[in-house]
Write a protein that binds this ligand. Structure first.
Ligand code: SF4
Ligand code: SF4
Length: 489
């Protein structure tokens, strides 16, 4: 989506609908990234610590998320992890329900919900996820950057420390800070690892002989280094360069999407505010509410100036909203010069509304999530497939009984071994599991066994008989499977 308030060139064409923004040095921001100088070298962002209502709300919400994230691996439902995405063993646990690659419909709906949800949510609510719930933003802004403030001071002190020559004090402070960042990265990396391989496996790697878990230890070190690299050095670049979600933005957002927006109609023409200036007279003097204090830029963790319009780097963190609200408070103007708004809302001066489109998208997303949850909680604990044994059609006994040999493939999705019996539901006849007097499907595993089904002449309905086989555990019917029985004409 383009920013309709900004021209392509700094010239001020006649009849331009929005001449007040011409003072913006926007060409500069278009020509290079906020985090790189004109030669392409990294410009380190020293973001000033935000303060204000939005920052407080975000802090509370972030701590809820952080508590959930770190306690997640310890929470088990029915003996299974709350969330585990074990790609290596192709085993997944969501809300305590174990999933297998065989759960194709659930996976399809989960993928549809995930990607559809992203599109629907982003189109209506912009990058609300990035600012409030993305683990990268939450950990970076609410944990790692707060440690910067705690150990090195606010932005100005950090800048001064970095510019100062190396001394024993500077070395000690940097070592102390990076030691803590590294330790935290170890915790974050291992938490992520426990979501992949499960907490039990992670604890085994930690407590067992290291020689038995070289691959697991390798992953632990790699994850720690990865997160240390991201949170200590790479920082906002992860959002700007790596995250694909930010790239989708231009395709998903439109003029009605809720974004963090600068109200240029109210703010321009910007100009510094003199202490004795009567703020109400600014408009008469051709000036808007923006006093060009650049506090919104100083707090921005991606180093951009929101007054240049919607930019890909903006993660909707609300820091600039707080900064500007504080300034508006001081000069006696209403808050919200930078606020949650749509571009249409800014152009037409309307407050943000929960529009019919947002309601529709919310309904669609709720429907998809509901469908997913229904599928998750109503799916069968056991999935059985009866396949005819290759190369064997049927066998005829002298008494007229016909037998078919099958291979039964059983997926036990529960966390307990299940003794199973197969019974014919729609026909007389006999079912025998070969080679096992008491067949049991081991927990969380796929197993297969040979099964012989015998039907008498009175049970067969011609050359092909459709059979319904009940899969029982004790007296409980847990699944019904259909298969075909072949006999002579
Ligand atoms: S904080 Fe507000 S007043 Fe200050 S420069 Fe930014 S938009 Fe203008
Ligand atoms: S422009 Fe504002 S909302 Fe966007 S990243 Fe910067 S501070 Fe956060």
């Amino acid at each position: 989506m383009s920013t309709p308030t900004l021209p392509e060139k700094q010239s001020n064409p006649p009849g331009d609908p929005n001449p007040q923004v011409r003072n913006v040095n926007w060409q500069d921001f278009r020509e290079h990234l906020a985090t790189a100088d004109k030669e392409g070298n990294r410009t380190w962002i020293y973001a000033k610590q935000p303060s204000g209502a939005w920052y407080r709300r975000r802090t509370v919400f972030a701590w809820l998320l952080i508590a959930t994230m770190f306690s997640g691996p310890f929470i088990k439902i029915g003996g299974n992890p709350l969330l585990m995405i074990n790609i290596l063993e192709r085993k997944f646990s969501i809300l305590g329900q174990i999933f297998w690659p065989e759960d194709t419909i659930i996976f399809a709906v989960a993928m549809l919900t995930f990607f559809g949800g992203i599109m629907i949510f982003t189109t209506a609510f912009g990058r609300l996820w990035c600012g409030w719930a993305c683990p990268q933003t939450v950990m970076m802004e609410m944990v790692f950057r707060k440690l910067d403030y705690l150990i090195e001071g606010d932005a100005q002190a950090q800048r001064a420390l970095d510019a100062a020559p190396w001394s024993a004090g500077k070395v000690a402070r940097k070592l102390f800070k990076h030691g803590i960042l590294f330790g935290l990265s170890f915790v974050v990396g291992n938490t992520l690892l426990s979501y992949i391989i499960g907490l039990d496996q992670l604890l085994r790697i930690i407590t067992d002989n290291p020689a038995n878990h070289l691959v697991g230890l390798g992953f632990m070190i790699a994850f720690t280094l990865l997160f240390y690299g991201i949170f200590a050095r790479f920082r906002e670049q992860a959002c700007t360069f790596i995250c694909p979600y930010g790239r989708f933005q231009s395709a998903l957002l439109d003029e009605n999407t809720m974004i963090v927006a600068y109200d240029h109609k109210r703010g321009e023409k910007r100009g510094s505010w003199k202490r004795d200036q009567v703020i109400e007279l600014r408009r008469e003097q051709g000036q808007g509410d923006c006093v060009n204090c650049r506090q919104c830029v100083a707090v921005c963790p991606t180093g951009i100036d929101i007054r240049n319009g919607l930019q890909m780097e903006c993660v909707n963190c609300t820091a600039c909203m707080d900064a500007c609200d504080n300034v508006m408070d001081k000069i006696g103007r209403p808050k919200g010069l930078i606020r949650y708004a749509s571009l249409n809302g800014i152009e037409k001066g309307e407050p943000l509304r929960y529009t019919a489109r947002m309601k529709l998208y919310t309904g669609m997303l709720t429907g998809l999530i509901t469908l997913f949850l229904i599928l998750v909680f109503t799916r069968a604990e056991v999935e059985t497939l009866f396949l005819r044994a290759p190369g064997a059609l049927f066998q005829a006994a002298p008494d007229g009984r016909i037998s078919n040999l099958y291979t039964a493939k059983v997926v036990n999705k529960t966390n307990r071994d299940l003794p199973l019996q197969f019974r014919l539901l729609n026909s007389g006849g006999k079912v025998t599991v070969l080679g096992a007097a008491n067949f049991a499907a081991p927990k969380e595993k796929v197993t297969q066994t040979s099964v012989l089904i015998e039907l008498g002449p009175e049970d067969r309905k011609g050359p092909t008989t459709k059979l319904e086989i009940g899969v029982y555990s004790g007296d409980k019917l847990i699944e019904t499977v259909n298969t075909a029985f072949i006999g002579p004409r």
